[in-house]
Design a protein around this ligand. Structure first.
Ligand code: NAP
Length: 254
């Protein structure tokens, strides 16, 4: 059954330099894991690595864009040369471009789908051999409430997150015999750099809060703690689920 910790675990978190990803890197490291994280900006990756190492965490930053095949292979090579196995993969990196459907350029929605859906699909496949090589491998995809209902955050984002939730179900079913558990965490509005422009708009914030039974938005640590639980052997029989972390928003109609 394991303990309430992640001692001796090795984890990869994509998009670990900010927001939910960074909070997840910290949470996993505080629970005892070694954590490799990625981001697109080299300087930011270095600074976050320094900051977290100064706190005593065993973290490793790697500049990698999850949409690049070469960069995904760079991540694989890092794991191959340093660890040879991987216990936990958190597909967290995600973007949104909020606009009406008719206004999207083809390049914009294709990029969004590349980051939010294609990259988790490809990275999960690429790292399957390392996840299979451990006692129990864990994949956690970070989707969104926008993947289960329309949250007026744009059709491409909703499509990408809906697809990601289904990817979790399919892989959970397909890879269970490889001792790999696959689950999804779907946050509602969470205070991060990505949502700053929405949440500093008082009118939008009030609307979001009025639709959230707990009467507030989440902070990044409240999502990271759910990801950490799913990563633990304590969650050993949780597989193929989408855990919605939304203060009750999706359970309420008024
Ligand atoms: N915040 C919310 O309200 C909310 C709600 C539901 C779901 N989510 C989901 O939660 C996840 C994290 O969101 P967040 O709000 O924490 O976002 P954020 O504050 O914008 O952070 C995103 C992280 O991903 C990295 N990133 C973006 N594109 C990347 C790429 N192509 N390759 C590698 N790294 C990349 C960013 O670093 P660089 O830009 O430097 O690369 C950053 O570290 C996303 O999947 C998002 O869709 C968020």
């Amino acid at each position: 059954m394991g303990n309430w910790d992640l001692n001796n675990k090795r984890a990869l978190v994509t998009g670990g330099t900010k927001g939910i990803g960074k909070a997840t890197v910290i949470e996993l490291a505080e629970l005892g894991a070694q954590v490799l994280f990625t981001g697109r900006d080299e300087k930011t990756v270095e600074l976050v690595e320094q900051e977290l190492r100064a706190l005593g965490h065993q973290v490793f930053g790697l500049k990698a864009d999850v949409t690049s095949t070469d960069h995904r292979h760079k991540v694989k090579d890092w794991i191959d040369s340093r660890w040879k196995s991987l216990d936990i993969l958190v597909n967290n990196a995600g973007i949104n471009i909020r606009k009406p459907t008719l206004d999207y350029l083809e390049s914009e929605y294709r990029q969004l789908l590349e980051v939010n859906l294609i990259a988790p699909f490809e990275l999960s496949r690429l790292l399957h051999q390392y996840l299979k090589g451990t006692t129990v491998g864990v994949v956690i995809n970070v989707a969104s409430v926008a993947g289960i209902m329309d949250a007026r955050t744009g059709a491409p984002y909703g499509i990408s997150k809906s697809g990601l939730i289904h990817l979790g179900r399919s892989l959970a079913n397909e890879w269970a015999t490889d001792n790999i558990r696959v689950n999804t965490v779907s946050p509602w509005f969470t205070r991060t750099p990505a949502t700053e422009s929405v949440l500093t708009n008082q009118e939008k914030l009030e609307k979001i809060i009025s639709r959230t039974p707990l009467g507030r938005v989440a902070n990044d640590k409240e999502i990271a703690s759910v990801i950490a639980f799913l990563a633990m052997d304590k969650a050993s029989f949780v597989n193929g689920q989408n855990i919605v972390v939304d203060g009750g928003a999706s359970a309420a109609i008024l």
